[in-house]
Write a protein that binds this ligand. Sequence first.
Ligand code: XMP
Length: 327
Amino acid sequence: AWTTGNVIEEQVAAIREQVGDRRAICGLSGGVDSAVAAALVQKAIGSQLTCVYVDHGLMRKGETEQVEKDFVAATGVSLKVVDAERRFLDALAGVLDPEEKRKIIGREFIRVFEQAQAEIVAEAGAHGGRPVQFLVQGTLYPDVVESGGGTGTANIKSHHNVGGLPEDLEFELIEPLRKLFKDEVRMVGRELGLPEEIVQRQPFPGPGLGIRIVGEVTRERLDLLREADAIAREELTAAGLDRDIWQCPVVLLADVRSVGVQGDGRTYGHPIVLRPVSSEDAMTADWTRMPPDVLAKISTRITNEVADVNRVVLDVTSKPPGTIEWE
Ligand code: XMP
């Protein structure tokens, strides 16, 4: 019978067999798939695995800490965190076009990741260790089907993997989630003791908040959006809606201002858009008919607590014609 226990046992044995006494490296994105894949490989080969997390400064509130502290505490994994915020923000300065933003973020990500990878490989060599020969990927069954079912290739849809992988990849892949669906991955993650905040995470795009600021991406705007997003997430969770909603992007219209009134004064601030959607697979989606009381709570809190935001609007567009993200 299928149990998470069986899956874990089977994969741990297979990974040990595959890797032997060599070394593996795994990029963590903060998402469920890479976290569970890393935890499984960690269980199999322990300190022969090194994880890399690129902090591009476009994460939501608390996400980097979740990886840095909670994930490490739960798994004991050896983690290299690369603080690349400055680099990403510099590269994004003055850029407004969504596709250009995506390209820049993807390109910088690959550069930073490759450099970290090269450092880990060099360190392993310097200590007379066995070479790093494996790259862990959180590929799921639906990804395998969509990409034609090939094995052992590093050709993941770029959409799912910040801009894709280097073409001259010389690593063998370890893909312990290849036979699993998302809900099964979550069960395996729970069984491996990962924190609920990671296991229950809704999908979040690789380019992060960089594509949820309509306009130029700056540190100030990111901080503002992080606050608004944290409030929305908190209230959705408090209302028990996490499972009903596929995901709820919170978007800052940074180049739009509207007039408002607060206390005795006139304000001239930015709108925040709430984009709650219901979906099976993100290919199509419908806007979620959220309880008005929850919307009211989120709106009141955001306008009260986030400086420079004086209006909250609801996106009531299905996909198509809208996409889930605004950029
Ligand atoms: P759209 O906006 O195309 O989004 O309707 C569909 C799903 O994909 C996510 N998304 C991304 N995920 N890298 C990712 O890993 C990306 O560049 C990216 N762009 C969109 C989006 O959040 C939604 O779940």
